[in-house]
Design a protein around this ligand. Structure first.
Ligand SMILES: Cc1cc2nc3c(=O)[nH]c(=O)nc-3n(C[C@H](O)[C@H](O)[C@H](O)COP(=O)(O)OP(=O)(O)OC[C@H]3O[C@@H](n4cnc5c(N)ncnc54)[C@H](O)[C@@H]3O)c2cc1C
Length: 390
């Protein structure tokens, strides 16, 4: 008689971008998944923000069979201009810096930009329709005492203030940056529609991300008080301030939403698992938005969980060993990415006369040496651990 394999069950707390993708990853690995969020769908969708996606995220979406649908919602950028405004040094990253294999792929891109609402609309629709996934939105989080089917794995994807992490008594290392981050949607002239910008300004990094048809998402880091002041300006005063912050070739024409400032912090949980719960996404870590690493780092957690969940479903990893195996594999990427983003912010957010010559030299070498650009782009798009594997 053939013994049937037991069904593996997971509960995912949180249906933000990380929780949603985790549910797909576990279902793809053959698990039965329950995903819940106290917020109703309308609230989950209403965030006005855009994300820059790297190749590590593209790979995961591809593995989960979601890439072609998601790609249709994204705007690719084929060049990334890195410009240090204190030294006036500019380094263009282009498709060739991805390496010949990726640069030759059809629809090759350095990265992609997508808005939150269409992305989450697609993910929530697909979650609702997936036969192995039960989606519960707008319901209070399952109470510990409530009768629950036993879960082999609980995934805390409930954001930076994670109630699951707190309930497990897992502490965090964290500090708030003096900088806040302001996001706004604007119409700009002077940049191609497939060109993204990372401006290194003494008050903080500033990303300009293309959304097509002359629209750009700004992710503008600056001291907290400056962000609050910018947030309170009327449209024309905001556009004047923006024109003063951008390099001369970029000219803002219109402000298309209300600029919103949010605090920026570095956060790292002291452990990534306890019992059969794992912390995934911003419940476990948070970093400065420089280089657009945040959500991509969260999705690399999901990619690791996906691989381990498949091994468990195939009987090659005992389910009780999965949480510790997940944590072991995630530490190097998390530590290196948090360290790299922190160092970048400290190195470039100033006009220190001691650092300016070093910055000059670093950017000169980056502009002149293609292999150095390839290494930097690989660290940015696949995570810094890729450099150790070369
Ligand atoms: C104001 C703001 C603006 C941002 N703008 C940008 C940007 O422009 N570009 C960018 O790349 N990144 C941006 N970020 C960061 C980006 O939003 C995060 O990287 C991303 O949302 C992390 O996804 P997540 O799913 O891990 O967490 P979250 O998106 O925080 O999702 C967590 C989910 O858990 C749910 N939850 C809470 N408690 C419970 C519970 N007890 N049980 C179950 N579920 C629960 C929450 O309702 C929420 O839906 C911004 C962040 C903020 C705060």
């Amino acid at each position: 008689m053939v013994e049937s394999k037991p069904v593996l069950r997971a509960l995912v707390n949180g249906a933000g971008p990380t929780g949603a993708l985790t549910a797909f990853a576990l279902a793809d690995a053959g698990w039965q998944v329950q995903i819940s969020d106290p917020l109703p769908a309308a609230v989950l969708l209403e965030r006005s923000r855009a994300y820059a996606f790297t190749h590590s995220s593209q790979r995961l979406l591809e593995q989960l069979g979601l890439w072609s649908a998601v790609q249709a919602l994204l705007v690719p950028f084929r060049s990334l201009e890195l410009l240090d405004l204190a030294t006036q040094r500019q380094v263009p990253f282009c498709l060739a810096d991805l390496g010949s294999r990726r640069a030759a792929a059809p629809a090759a891109a350095v990265g992609w930009v997508g808005q939150h609402r269409p992305l989450m609309t697609l993910l929530l629709e697909r979650l609702g329709a997936h036969p192995a996934i039960t989606l519960e939105l707008g319901t209070p989080p399952p109470h510990a005492a409530a009768k629950q089917p036993p879960h082999d794995l609980i995934v805390a994807a409930d954001g930076p203030h994670s109630p699951s992490r707190e309930a497990l008594g897992i502490g965090v290392l964290q500090w708030a940056y003096r900088q806040n981050c302001l996001t706004a949607l604007v119409q700009l002239r002077g940049s191609a529609d497939d060109q993204a910008w990372e401006l290194l300004r003494p008050e903080g990094p500033f990303a300009v991300l293309p959304l097509g048809d002359g629209l750009f998402q700004l992710v503008w880091s600056a001291p907290a008080q400056r962000c609050r002041q910018l947030e309170s300006l009327g449209d024309s005063a905001f556009l004047d301030a923006l024109a003063g912050a951008l390099p001369d070739q970029l000219q803002p024409d219109a402000l298309l939403d209300d600029p919103r400032a949010f605090p920026v912090a570095l956060l790292l949980a002291r452990r990534l698992h306890r019992g059969h719960t794992v912390l995934v996404g911003e419940s476990g870590h948070r970093c400065h938005p420089v280089g657009g690493q945040g959500l991509n780092l969260c999705w690399r957690d999901v990619a690791t969980l996906h691989r381990l969940a498949r091994r468990t479903a195939a009987g090659r990893l005992a389910v009780h060993r999965l949480p510790a195996a997940y944590a072991r594999r995630r530490w190097p990427d998390l530590l290196l990415t948090l360290l790299a983003t922190d160092l970048l912010v400290r190195f470039f957010s100033n006009r220190s006369p001691l650092l300016l010559p070093l910055r000059h030299l670093a950017l000169l070498l980056l502009a002149k040496l293609a292999p150095l650009r390839q290494l930097s782009l690989s660290a940015m798009t696949d995570g810094p651990c890729q450099l150790l594997r070369r």
